[in-house]
Design a protein around this ligand. Structure first.
Ligand code: NDP
Ligand code: AKG
Length: 446
């Protein structure tokens, strides 16, 4: 790292003690930006990095609610409004017991560059709670969401900050949150995205992150004169992103052989397709069941408490959570001949594992580029809400597809311009950074 980058990184570690995921996200970005600072001293003079790593605002609040037994429960809520240089804060809400400020800050920091890459005017933010929706009744989830929004509403707005879903927050939660916002403010506006289609949601938003990651992977494969046709694909997770990555890979002629949840993974050598895919979707979307039930139903192998990176596959798409591919997983994938990795999740690959992929010449798409289709389509939902119109499925999907091609090309071009053609980590970070940095400098010192 240059002295400047090193100084900023060390001050981040010192000021944000114990926030390991945030340190990791900052380190990855700063290392990539080294060649930018070697070329120009302006950013250092303007203290752009020092400003960029400090959120504009962090809101932490109490979320009390009553469970079905009449017991009072207390959770902690977060919204980190990280950077508004290029638009209103934008980014999802995560409800998961592991949530603490370090996770929300890593996600919010990533979101700044991701949103910039989409080409749409959206700043970076993220929020959530340590609430665990798993095993809760619909009424419990509703009461929690209402309490969460009773504080959050005063900090957000269609032109201020527009939250959406992430882990543990899907259509059901967005509906309850939206209802409470509307009740308190008496305003029907596009303050959340991922809304139901009946009340201002966009077609293709549920599919967008998984589809987008697959479109990005398709572009990387094109550079290698390859396609998805007949490729064997390992996917992790079985939530929103994984569900639609599997669907799109199937449509493009690939074969997805794994899916997982936090209890383990299934391996189906014939592919999660057709009637089996319909069962999988129902299991996860409607029954809220466990992936093991797929193995029980179709007689395929189930591996409890393991990650799905140990088979021979051509392409890997981690779509569950952070740090789910470590160095030994990466080495296994490389030894088994993987040619491309596209991150549907946020920061699913450790820094060590990322470097192994890059050194091995694997086409590697970092999450902030590959999974940007979700937030991009949220941007399209905002555009439709602002104009009070609703585009067709085809219109939204075409726009999403073009945005993903654009992100691929911008990342590839930046990787070339800065001397590392095909290094999408470097390219995405630089392309995302330059726009935000220029906007920050144009708007004075704050
Ligand atoms: N939804 C979106 O539009 C976007 C999501 N992302 C990222 O994609 C990833 C998945 O999000 P999404 O699909 O929306 O979330 P969901 O809540 O719909 O699904 C999450 C999936 O990941 C699994 N999972 C969660 N935590 C762990 C863990 N610690 N270990 C193993 N598996 C785990 C879950 O299993 P279980 O049910 O057992 O917990 C579930 O299968 C996240 O990293 C998210 O930040 C990125 C861009 C946009
Ligand atoms: O759609 C959005 O606003 C945010 C999606 C998200 O949370 C993400 O990109 O990680």
């Amino acid at each position: 790292m240059t002295d400047y980058v090193e100084r900023v990184y060390h001050s981040v570690v010192k000021k944000n003690r114990g926030e390991l995921e945030f340190h990791q996200a900052v380190k990855e970005v700063l290392e990539s930006l080294k060649p930018v600072f070697e070329k120009s001293g302006t950013f250092e003079k303007q203290k752009v990095l020092e400003r960029l790593v400090e959120p504009e605002r962090q809101i932490i609040f109490r979320v009390p609610w009553v469970d079905d037994n009449g017991e009072i429960q207390v959770n902690r809520g977060f919204r980190v409004q990280f950077n508004s240089a290029i638009g209103p804060y934008k980014g999802g809400l995560r409800f998961h017991p592991s949530v603490y400020i370090g996770i929300i800050k890593f996600l919010g920091f990533e979101q700044i560059f991701k949103n910039s890459l989409t080409g749409l005017p959206m700043g970076g933010g993220k929020g959530g709670s340590d609430f665990n929706p798993k095993g809760k009744s619909d009424f419990e989830v509703m009461r929690f969401c209402q309490s969460f929004m009773t504080e959050l509403y005063r900090h957000i707005g269609a032109r201020v900050d527009v939250p959406a879903g992430d882990i543990g927050v899907g259509g059901r939660e967005i509906g309850y949150l939206y209802g409470q916002y509307k009740k308190i403010t008496q305003t029907f506006e596009g303050v959340l995205t991922g809304k139901g289609i009946e009340y201002g949601g966009s077609l293709v938003r549920p599919e967008a992150t998984g589809y987008g990651a697959t479109y990005f992977a398709e572009e990387m494969l094109k550079v290698k004169n390859e396609t998805f046709k007949d490729k064997i694909v390992a996917i992790s997770g079985s939530g929103n992103v994984a569900q639609y990555a599997i669907q799109k890979v199937n449509q493009l002629g690939g074969k997805v052989v794994t899916a997982s949840d936090s209890s383990g993974y299934i391996y189906d050598p014939d592919g999660i397709i057709g009637e089996k895919y319909e069962f999988f979707l129902d299991l996860k979307q409607i029954q809220r069941g466990r992936i093991k039930e797929y193995a029980d139903k179709f007689g395929v192998e189930y591996f409890a408490n393991k990650r799905p990176w140990e088979h021979k596959v051509d392409i890997a798409m981690p779509c569950a959570t952070q740090n789910e591919i470590d160095a030994s997983d990466a080495q296994k994938l490389i030894d088994n001949g993987v040619i491309a990795v596209a991150e549907g999740a946020n920061m699913p690959t450790t820094l060590e594992a990322t470097n192994l992929f890059l050194e091995a010449g694997v086409a590697f798409a970092p999450g902030k580029a590959a999974n940007a289709g979700g937030v991009a389509t949220s941007g399209l939902e905002m555009a439709q809400n602002n104009q009070i119109i609703a585009w067709t499925r085809e219109e939204v999907d075409n726009r999403l597809h073009n945005i993903m091609i654009g992100i691929h090309n911008a990342s590839y071009q930046a990787s070339k311009d800065y001397g590392k053609p095909g290094n999408y980590v470097l390219g995405a970070n630089i392309a995302g950074f330059l726009k935000v940095a220029k906007a920050m400098m144009a708007q004075g010192h704050w």
